[in-house]
Design a protein around this ligand. Structure first.
Ligand code: ADP
Ligand code: MG
Length: 602
């Protein structure tokens, strides 16, 4: 065949393939356009997970009637004038491709009015063919209506995932933009139902609560850091939220980064963040974050990818270490809410920055503080110049593999239980406070994994089988895992739509609630997650153990307390729960003596 130029219809469909991959990509482009237009209110309607309808209405500056056709044309943009502008892009859009691409694979209607016009104008584009611009009554702003997405690209349609997944991708996108632009009011509706609504009052934590629930939002740690111009031509800042080490997910999907107001999936940023959590999280666990990096536009190249999801930094290394340090600082500065205030014990002020006093921050896992203040594996201070102000010395605990070699729990003498939540014990080298829930989680986890390794998890039949109904997504996830469950001493079978019958549970969990166990198995499991089998099993085990372990606030008998201590002593990794939280804190005799002024400087 001879070589010839592609028709514009073919080439625009090829281009569309790059920008418009799925309904969520349309929502992204339209939302970014609305933000670029200075909208304060953005209202998004979805039908049929975006296949039938995506409509984004904004109150931005609008498009003049005589520019409507141009707006829908390829390589037409109002945001970039000369090629130099490419190197300091201030807007989200600049390629002038989105509307043309979307219009070529859908039935698109643009209705818009600028403030100086008496009426609005409307243009329809069907499969890339533009109609005539008509006058219509319309408020100032733009309504972009996209119907029947991919109707003329059946191959694309076939690649779309389930409605639930596509819909979830849209929600994930809008909620992230809502977080990044807390002063803009976002609203998403699906039919008559409103699925997301933000106030636009600048309160990011409130949006976090809408995203993840109030409990999670309350726990998120605030990051706020500036770097002097050494990282580039202007100030660089990192703001937003990261989760404490106790709050994790089984995948990276909740790690969100915005660079200059644009959501990016940038490997180097994620790597820097994970480095900040290094050793603080259990293997296979990831933090939740919503971080906003602001950097001089000339120090970042956003034009590396058609969807603008990747960026390049001029000083990659400096940005990496800035992000890593800022996140680490926020993590270490965090002093958790505890019923026993460290001040009461140590008389020192709460640690706020990365100095040696982070020792006081006992719930940040050991390795971090060890690194910073020189504590040996036994929880002893290795250097005498370490100020004694660190009150609680977290003994070393491994946040990762259970088989690591380090000091096991010393023989503990039970003193009692406080607040129905902590067990107090004396060891050869001081006082131990043990979190009964975390400790029990660890004990159950190790017992279960040991039985599993021997391929014999004793199972115990329930007196009467329990019927459990799960939400559809969870039910799907559970069905996929049914084969594994047998290994774990469960006997579960499907029992109608989204309903399961539990006949037996691992004997270890005898008396535990079968329905919590099942729920634990499917919580935050993603449908397209396919980790290694061994990893899945450990993860599942950790989850079930968490649900079925004794809770804080539960009074234990003396025998139960003692049994828990004994069991914990027998563990390989007694110092952390399977999710990486500490099970115990330690106040050494040495430290007690210092605190009471019997020895050394106070
Ligand atoms: P880009 O955003 O890269 O410029 P688009 O194809 O997304 O390209 O949009 C083309 C042009 O149409 C924009 O440059 C802008 O002038 C105009 N436009 C698109 N959407 C809106 C909107 N919601 N409000 C105002 N103008 C818009
Ligand atoms: Mg755009």
């Amino acid at each position: 065949m001879p070589i010839r130029l592609l028709s514009s219809e073919v080439s625009s469909r090829i281009a569309a393939g790059e920008v418009v991959e799925r309904p969520a990509s349309v929502v992204k482009e339209l939302t970014e356009n609305a933000l670029d237009a200075g909208a304060k209110n953005i209202s998004i309607s979805i039908a049929d997970a975006g296949r039938a309808l995506i409509e984004v209405a904004d109150d931005g500056h609008g498009i003049a009637a005589n520019e409507l056709e141009l707006a829908a044309a390829r390589h037409a943009t109002s945001k970039l004038v000369q090629s130099d502008d490419l190197f300091h892009i201030q807007t989200l859009g600049f390629r002038g491709e989105a509307l043309a691409s979307i219009g070529s694979v859908s039935n698109m209607t643009i209705t818009s009015r600028i403030a100086s016009a008496k009426e609005g104008a409307r243009l329809k584009v069907d499969g890339g063919i533009s109609g005539k611009v008509e006058k219509v009554g319309a408020p100032v702003g733009t309504v972009l209506r996209v119907e029947n997405l991919f109707y003329n690209v059946p191959a694309r349609l076939k690649f779309l995932k389930t409605d639930v997944t596509e819909r979830r991708a849209i929600d994930a996108l809008v909620t992230r933009y809502a977080l990044a632009y807390p002063n803009v009011r976002f609203r998403v509706t699906d039919g008559n139902q409103s699925t997301l609504q933000t106030a636009g009052d600048g309160d990011r934590r409130a949006i976090l609560a809408a995203l993840y629930g109030v409990e999670v939002a309350k726990q998120m740690l605030e990051v706020m850091d500036m770097e002097d111009p050494s990282t580039g031509s202007g100030r660089t800042s990192l703001t937003g939220f990261i989760s404490p080490t106790s709050l994790t997910r089984s995948n990276r999907k909740e790690i969100t980064f915005f660079v200059n107001g644009r959501w990016v999936q940038e490997f180097s940023l994620t790597a820097a963040l994970l480095q900040a959590y290094h050793t603080l999280l259990m293997v296979g666990r990831y933090p939740l974050t919503a971080l906003f990096l602001d950097i001089a536009p000339e120090d970042v190249d956003v034009n590396v990818h058609p969807t603008k999801a990747e960026v390049r930094f001029r000083s990659q290394d400096k940005i990496f270490s800035f992000v890593q340090r800022a996140a680490r600082k926020a993590l270490l500065a965090y002093t958790p809410v505890a019923s026993v205030s460290p001040q009461m014990w140590g008389g020192s002020r709460p640690a706020s920055t990365e100095n040696r006093e982070v020792g006081i921050d006992w719930s940040v896992a050991g390795d971090a503080s060890d690194e910073l203040r020189g504590i040996s594996n036994e929880g002893q201070e290795t250097s005498n110049e370490v100020p004694s102000s660190s009150s609680f010395l977290v003994s070393h605990y491994s946040a990762s593999q259970p088989s690591e070699t380090f000091a096991a729990v010393p023989l503990l003498r039970l003193i009692g239980q406080i607040g129905s939540t902590y067990i107090v014990a004396e060891g050869p080298d001081g006082l131990y406070l043990i979190d009964q829930h975390a400790a029990h989680e660890r004990v159950l986890f190790e017992k279960l994994m040991a039985q599993h390794d021997k391929k014999s998890i004793p199972s115990q039949a329930l007196l009467s089988p329990e019927v459990v109904t799960l939400p559809p997504q969870s039910a799907k996830a559970l069905t996929a895992q049914l084969p594994f469950l047998n290994h774990f001493g469960f006997e579960v079978e499907e029992f109608g739509t989204n309903t399961f019958q539990v006949r037996a549970m691992p004997a270890l969990f005898a008396g535990g609630d079968p329905s919590s166990a099942l729920r634990a198995l499917v919580e935050d499991f993603e449908e397209d997650e396919a980790p290694l089998q061994a990893e899945v099993e450990a993860k599942l085990a950790a989850r079930v153990c968490k649900r079925l372990a004794v809770k804080g606030g539960q009074t234990l008998t003396t025998e139960e307390q003692r049994a828990l201590l004994n069991d914990l002593e027998a563990c390989n990794s007694p110092r952390t729960c399977p999710h990486g939280r500490p099970t115990m804190i330690h106040l050494s005799v040495d430290n007690l003596e210092k605190q009471f002024g019997r020895k050394g400087p106070r």
